[in-house]
Design a protein around this ligand. Structure first.
Ligand SMILES: Nc1nc2c(c(=O)[nH]1)N[C@H]1C(S)=C(S)[C@@H](COP(=O)(O)O)O[C@H]1N2
Ligand SMILES: [Mo]
Length: 212
């Protein structure tokens, strides 16, 4: 019996250590992002969950309280759409599942938007967000993230291209319909599965994403 697409995504999502098509292995960890590196302001920093929450309320954690949330370790690869992949990192942080448990979404939630400093955003299907290895990482290989790599918190979504993982995360928005994030509005694929080489929006099939 063949694997379903979902089983495959799950297997890859947990950090298979394999190279997706069209990718090459990168040793070391490049820094890549659009715009400036934000300065961390501990007093005003918060992590918000808003939109279609089950109780209709916005929730937020300040930095000391966010730091007390349960931590999990996840082994996962990072695949940049510019074709480098960094295989086999150990990420430490708060899983998306923990966030979903602490702030349950309304029953009709289908997607989330993850928001970062300066308005960077990435949209995800709820199922991809809820994958057990999707993690709001604070550490890699036992060390706190540097500011260039997203300190204090960056998202890692192992089964998708790395642009789906905002650095400097500040909020999660629960959504009852899909909406394009920063790169998804600028010509990148709405779904971004590296195993299917979903790089650009012109490759989208009907149903892969909302109209522009
Ligand atoms: N806030 C923010 N997060 C971002 C980006 C960005 O431009 N801004 N770029 C994404 C892209 S395209 C990649 S490949 C990874 C790179 O992460 P790194 O610099 O830690 O290697 O960050 C992702 N997260
Ligand atoms: Mo990237």
């Amino acid at each position: 019996m063949g694997q379903t697409e979902n089983d495959q995504a799950r297997a890859h999502g947990s950090g298979s250590g394999e190279l997706p098509p069209g990718q090459r292995r990168q040793r070391g960890w490049p820094v890549l992002h659009y715009g400036p590196v934000p300065r961390f302001k501990p007093l005003s920093w918060d992590f918000q969950v808003f939109g279609a929450t089950a109780d209709g309320q916005k929730h937020s954690w300040d930095h000391p309280r966010f730091s007390t949330l349960p931590h999990t370790a996840v082994t996962a690869d990072l695949h940049c759409v510019t074709r480098f992949s960094m295989l086999g990192s150990h990420w430490g942080g708060v899983t998306a599942r923990t966030v979903l448990d602490l702030v349950p979404p309304a029953a009709d939630t289908t997607h989330v938007m993850v928001w970062a400093e300066y308005g960077y955003s990435a949209n995800l299907r709820l199922a991809d967000f809820a994958h057990p290895s999707t993690v709001f990482a604070t550490h890699r290989n036992g060390e706190a993230l540097t500011v260039e790599h997203g300190f204090p918190v960056r998202l890692v979504v192992p089964g998708l291209y790395a642009w789906k993982g905002p650095k400097w995360v500040r909020a999660v928005e629960y959504m009852t319909a899909d909406r394009r994030g920063f790169w998804e509005e600028r010509g990148y694929h709405n779904l971004g599965d590296p195993w299917a080489e979903q790089r650009y929006s012109y490759q989208e099939q009907p149903g892969d994403g909302p109209e522009f």
